[in-house]
Design a binder for this molecule. Structure first.
Ligand code: KIV
Ligand code: ZN
Length: 513
């Protein structure tokens, strides 16, 4: 392996999706997988195929489509997990099986109820079986961050002898501190006699807010693969954020001896896409991708920036794909200008119909809003829905008046048939939602409703995210419009379309794993 290459292993679709409420359907996973491929991620962990039919199918479909990134499937150290993972990866150009078993005393004793010896032999058997399907096998001693070093090294040595090409060291519960975790990686690499035959990887959780710090400390001590997620999505407090790892390594080339091959200009688009699909907003002050990450508010800072950018900026906004608040297009802009702007923003519609769809949405927006900013276009491109919907918005009339209950009249086209309803509610959105429910009768529960402005100003588009649930299945929906009641209606319809398409097989329905 080239020592200068830091492998980026993205697990947004697996560990990221495990965060409560972040479940995605196959179409959504496919959109993210394609965006990750465009980002130039080395390996995409596309799912945990034994966990649900949805996960299995997602890995299977992504394997058919994504060819420039390796596709990985997760499996416990169990025969059925490994053969299911292998089956889901059958069409992948570069398939990887990632198998794991816990090695910490607490996990072995309380969770697995297995002796250390049994854990070691299970790991070896699992790797040997996985090797019969693909040469690219990764092994993780789960909860390595709380395992005993001597036993951990024994298991790793046996795993490499059994054929594991990548050894991933997870800090499963986010317990480690950066200096400790760096030392752990250094000690493992120097103590394991066959460590030169594997690539060492790290997988850090963020329970103490140290996932990125721990991962980078590991890189400085010999790790050559980092497992991470877009926006740091993941179980509990999340995983290490891909964008933070990539931009730190890139910005501090004076310290790091390696670099990634990520196309950083696609970072922002990917971040918006994941946020919009999962309904997990990005906090404004989030490093790299937060709305304020490149905004300079104080007079002293602005003055410094005007005199010389480097006074207060260590990265350029353009490097992550943000062309800050520049006025771009208006309603008279033609297809060529629009196309050129998309190229500038690194937005590549797939084929003519995708482009036409986007152009149509842009024109529609330009009719309502004089100034179209880059952020509007990034948002539009993240929300293009290619396939046809069952439920389509046709008309709404919502009236709010002081001392009167808000009233909504909604018309929808469902499978080609026009249906309408009127209702009242506690507010304009509530009235509209009540009218929609009286047409659809979904019996879904609204568990999240959030509004975000895409740019500033009162004519800005409002982006609404909703989450609806029924029988443990979760469906996220998004809508954007200059009218936030309409954006709210579109968001609910988006979620209801997903519910109608797939009421039973939503991927959140894991098989109790
Ligand atoms: O956090 C963890 O330990 C994991 C493993 C499956 C790698 O996600
Ligand atoms: Zn994890």
């Amino acid at each position: 392996m080239n020592d200068k290459n830091l492998i980026i292993f993205d697990t947004t679709l697996r560990d990221g999706e495990q965060s409560p409420g972040a479940s995605m359907d196959i179409d959504e996973k496919m959109q993210i997988a394609i965006a990750l491929e465009e980002l130039n991620v080395d390996i995409i962990e596309a799912g945990f195929p034994i966990a649900s039919i949805g996960d299995f199918k997602a890995v299977q479909e992504i394997s058919k489509v994504v060819t420039n990134s390796g596709i990985c499937a997760l499996a416990r150290a169990l025969d059925k997990d490994i053969s299911t993972a292998a089956e889901s990866l059958k069409d992948a150009k570069s398939p990887r099986i990632h198998t794991f078993i816990a090695t910490s005393p607490i996990h072995m004793e309380k969770k697995l109820k297995m002796s250390p010896n049994k854990v070691l032999t299970s790991a070896v058997t699992a790797i040997e079986l996985a090797k019969t399907f693909t040469n690219d096998v990764e092994f993780s001693p789960e909860d390595a961050g709380r395992s005993e070093l001597k036993f951990l090294c024994e298991v790793i040595e046996a795993a490499i002898d059994a054929g594991a090409k990548t050894i991933n060291i997870p800090d499963t519960v986010g317990y480690n501190l950066p200096h400790q975790f760096g030392d752990l990686i250094k000690n493992i690499i120097s103590s394991v006699s066959n460590s030169d035959k594997a690539i060492f990887s790290v997988h850090c959780h963020n329970d103490l807010g140290l996932a990125v710090g721990n991962s980078l400390s590991a890189v400085m001590n010999g790790a050559r693969q980092v497992e991470c997620t877009i926006n740091g999505l993941g179980e509990r407090a999340g995983n290490a954020a891909l964008e933070e790892i990539v931009m730190t390594v890139r910005t501090r080339q004076d310290v790091f001896k390696c670099n990634t091959k990520i196309d950083s200009k696609k970072i922002l688009k990917c971040s918006r896409l994941v946020s919009s699909i999962t309904g997990f907003p990005v906090q404004p002050n989030k490093a790299i991708v937060g709305k304020n990450a490149f905004a300079h508010e104080s007079g002293i800072h602005q003055d410094g920036i005007i005199k010389s950018r480097e006074t207060y900026e260590i990265m350029r906004a353009e490097d992550i794909g943000l062309v800050s608040n520049s006025l771009v297009l208006g309603k008279h802009s033609g297809r060529n200008a629009f196309k050129q702007k998309l190229i500038d923003l690194n937005i590549m519609p797939k084929g003519n119909s995708d482009f036409d769809n986007l152009f149509y949405k842009f024109k529609d927006l330009a009719d309502k809003k004089h100034e179209i900013f880059d952020e509007d276009l990034i948002n539009l491109s993240s929300n293009v829905k290619v396939s046809a919907n069952l439920i389509n918005f046709k008309y709404m009339n919502v009236i709010t008046e002081t001392n009167k209950k808000p009233h909504a009249h909604i018309k929808l086209e469902i499978d080609g048939v026009l249906e309408e309803a009127e209702s009242t509610g506690d507010g304009a959105v509530d009235a509209a939602y009540n009218a929609i429910e009286s047409i659809i009768k979904s019996d879904c529960k609204l568990t999240l409703y959030s509004v975000n402005n895409i740019t500033s100003g009162t004519d800005a588009q409002g982006e609404v995210t909703v989450r609806i649930t029924k029988n443990n299945s979760v469906f996220n929906g998004h809508g954007a419009d200059t009218d936030i009641v309409k954006a709210s209606v579109l968001a609910l319809l988006n979620a209801l379309n997903k519910f109608k398409e797939n009421p039973e097989t939503n991927s959140s329905k894991k098989r109790g794993i």
